[in-house]
Write a protein that binds this ligand. Structure first.
Ligand code: UT7
Length: 400
């Protein structure tokens, strides 16, 4: 950390980046696993496909790629970052933090790093935290990441949850400046009456891992879909409006809303609640499903890269999730949106490595239900002798 940054009055988004794994899981794939069908999934959720992390990928590795892309978009070096905040509900380990692993993977020597846990609202909570650090003068550049690897925490016999979620990561750099703009208004709520509406029962201090917790299937995400849906439609528009009001604006002033990508019907309800047409709502859940804390930053990066945001626009990011939590930030965009495409291209995912201990072999992380679709060779993980010219062919097996 650099405690000598000096007080900066404004926190701007100066960089953004995203990463999604290559492997696609379609609704047709899910039809082979549970009693569901493409038509139900599309009409009830809007989701057509989602991404699944390969065996060598983790929340940290995806977060590092998205994070480094955001740093490149901002025109910075990794060591310019003073603080790394990583929002996730699927950390690589209980400890250390996934943010600490990302710090090493992106080659940063000097940042403080920590995880933030607020489920699907986690990225907005982390963004608000970044703004607080920057405007308090405790950090000049904060890397804010939302990264999730949800497909390893799903019950592939529960059609109410396994069709919804996917993997990926998104990130922004929040930088201090005395120029007006950037984050203008924040709102966050937490309603613990909903604590057990979306939860993952076992593995924590209340129910540590045991053969019994595994037998009961308590290491998977559980959700009361209808109650969660009700909370989302009740809360999202109100949370967004409060953040917009704090920014001194009205809903009409917002060029683009970037809502949590959970369900198209929820996003339609938000548009209706705000009396705005759907073209003011950014939607990409058809491609990625619900990626929890990663959904807003992936959507934000895609919206910028697709030219849906221009310098001077006010945008509103808004999310809800387990807790129940909700959060929104209204942001005045101040950086050329064209920078993001070059930032993405500057980082090759195969160049990012998250270090493992030398004396530990992790078990195969791929859920058995996904093993068949993951059987396709992974382009990032082919054996060296397949790609290095001149490597000797392995000796043919001798037949006796
Ligand atoms: O990031 C926050 C995370 N969570 C959310 O945002 C989830 C919010 N909730 C939702 O998006 C929706 O509640 C769901 C998509 C989860 C469910 O949609 P719904 O319209 O609320 O359906 P439902 O739970 O009321 O179920 C309607 C019917 C039921 O059958 P019966 O009882 O009417 O015979 C379900 O068993 O649909 C059935 N059903 C399915 N059918 C085919 C539930 N899941 C499926 C499925 N395929 N995957």
């Amino acid at each position: 950390m650099n405690p000598e940054s000096g007080t900066m009055r404004h926190a701007h988004v100066t960089g953004w980046g995203r990463y999604v794994p290559e492997q696609v899981l379609t609704n047709a794939d899910l039809e082979k696993m549970v009693d569901t069908n493409d038509e139900w999934i599309v009409t009830r959720t809007g989701i057509r496909e989602r991404r699944v992390a390969a065996a060598h990928e983790t929340t940290a590795s995806m977060g590092a790629v998205a994070g480094l892309r955001a740093i490149r978009t901002a025109g910075l070096d990794p060591d310019d970052i003073d603080l790394i905040l990583l929002a996730t509900l699927t950390p690589d380990y209980w400890m250390p933090s996934t943010a600490a692993l990302v710090k090493e993977a992106i080659g940063n020597q000097r940042a403080a790093a920590m995880d933030i846990s607020a489920a699907c609202s986690g990225f907005v909570y982390a963004f608000a935290t970044a703004q607080a650090y920057v405007t308090a003068g405790l950090a000049k550049h904060v890397l804010v990441i939302g990264a999730e690897l949800l497909t390893r925490f799903l019950d592939y016999t529960d059609r109410g949850t396994c069709i919804l979620f996917g993997d990926g990561a998104g990130a922004v750099v929040v930088s201090g400046s005395d120029e007006p703009g950037g984050s203008l208004g924040i709102e966050m709520t937490t309603e613990p009456q909903g604590a057990y509406m979306i939860w993952l029962p076992a593995g924590g201090a209340k129910a540590p891992p045991s053969p019994e917790t595994i037998r009961r299937g308590e290491h998977f995400i559980r959700m009361e879909g209808r109650e969660t849906y009700r909370f989302a439609t009740r809360t999202l528009a109100a949370t967004a409006m409060e953040s917009i009001r704090r920014a001194g604006l009205t809903a009409d002033d917002i060029r683009l809303f970037i809502p949590h990508q959970a369900n198209i019907r929820i996003i339609e309800a938000v548009a209706k609640g705000l009396d705005l047409p759907m073209d003011r709502m950014f939607v990409n859940l058809d491609k990625y499903g619900n990626t929890s804390a990663a959904s807003v930053p992936i959507a934000l990066a895609e919206a910028a890269n697709e030219g849906r945001i221009a310098v001077g626009d006010a945008i509103c990011i808004v999310a809800f999730g387990a807790g129940f939590t909700s959060g929104a930030a209204t942001i005045r965009w101040t950086v050329d949106p064209a920078r993001g495409i070059a930032g993405d291209a500057a980082v090759d995912p195969s160049s990012i490595h998250v270090r493992l201990p030398q004396d530990w072999d992790a078990v195969d992380p791929i859920p058995p239900a996904l093993a068949e679709i993951m059987a396709r060779p992974d382009p990032l993980n082919v054996p060296l002798d397949d790609v290095v010219p001149g490597e000797p062919e392995p000796a043919p097996a001798s037949v006796s």
